[in-house]
Design a protein around this ligand. Structure first.
Ligand code: COA
Length: 258
């Protein structure tokens, strides 16, 4: 695996898209490596949180590979979008909090990858957007669905219809960036955020993500239903016994993810 690097340390996995000469654009090889990386992480009980970032100083991911897009037919494009959507679902649904460390440009599929992550730390120099209409395309890796949920319909439609990028400060104002830091501090800040999460109960984290995603998929009524059953599932976990017990005994919990 060379176009995607996966490092693991202290229950935190860092996934780096590693094609800096093409600004980490998502070609077939990168897509395949990301698919394998997330399948591996989802199956690894030793991983409690994930950071996704891009190699090099310029880009997080500059989008799907335009040279590959240019050769699509109508029919093959449906498959291209289905593959992209399914990768983004694998990221979003991997059962651990995923933090995008947006270290530079995130355009098209790059912003869609950042949107599939649950939290986003931006470099002050980052620029992000969905420029597909300028290529005669539309976003196809989930951007038309996830961007409006994160920033609201009006802002999302402005970004999708103009294709114009927004800077980090605007992204922060839109709620697209959870926080903005200096370029050299992006990974450190993402690790700090991951650190705050990694001390919490792994079962609860997984179920909380599941409740939010379920509500988005199925609407608020079904979401509420899912929430109470997932709440019940959390209450039946060893982590819940440990978390409440530790509070009452005035000690730090030692969660086991069971
Ligand atoms: N697909 C394929 N190659 C890409 C790419 C993409 N999405 N984005 C950048 N690259 C390649 C460039 O072709 C160039 O390759 P080369 O050196 O072999 O010519 C290399 O990455 C560096 O990019 P370059 O355009 O020279 O860098 P820049 O700093 O001048 O501009 C961007 C940076 C991000 C503004 C510009 O690369 C860009 O607009 N990229 C496309 C963004 C986009 O539309 N993404 C959505 C795709 S759906």
């Amino acid at each position: 695996m060379t176009t995607v690097l996966v490092e693991k340390a202290d229950r935190l996995a860092t996934v780096t898209v590693n094609r800096p000469d093409k600004l980490n654009a998502l070609n077939d090889a990168v897509m395949g490596d990301l698919e394998r990386a997330f399948a591996g992480l989802a199956a690894d009980p030793g991983v409690g949180a994930v950071i996704v970032t891009g190699a090099g100083p310029k880009a997080f991911v500059a989008g799907a590979d335009i040279a590959e897009l240019a050769t699509m037919t109508g029919l093959s494009a449906v498959g291209v979008a289905a593959r992209g959507q399914s990768l983004m679902q694998a990221v979003e649904g991997c059962g651990r909090p995923v933090i995008a460390a947006v270290n530079g440009y995130a355009f098209g599929g790059g912003l869609e990858l950042a949107l599939a992550c649950h939290l986003r730390v931006f470099s002050r120099t980052a620029k992000v957007g969905l420029p597909e209409v300028g290529l005669g395309l539309i976003p196809g890796y989930g951007g038309t669905q996830r961007l409006p949920r994160v920033v609201g319909r009006g802002r999302a439609l402005e970004m999708i219809l103009t294709g114009e990028p927004v800077d980090a400060e605007t992204a922060l104002r839109f709620g697209l960036a959870n926080r903005v830091v200096e370029p050299e501090a992006v990974l450190e800040e993402a690790r700090r955020l991951a650190g705050a999460i990694l001390g919490k109960g792994p079962v609860a984290l997984r179920l909380a993500l599941e409740a939010v995603l379920r509500g988005e998929e199925a609407g608020p009524g079904e979401g509420m239903k899912a929430e109470r059953f997932l709440f019940g599932l959390a209450a039946s976990s060893g982590d819940m016994k440990e978390g409440t017990g530790a509070f009452l005994e005035r000690r730090k919990p030692a969660f086991r993810g069971l």
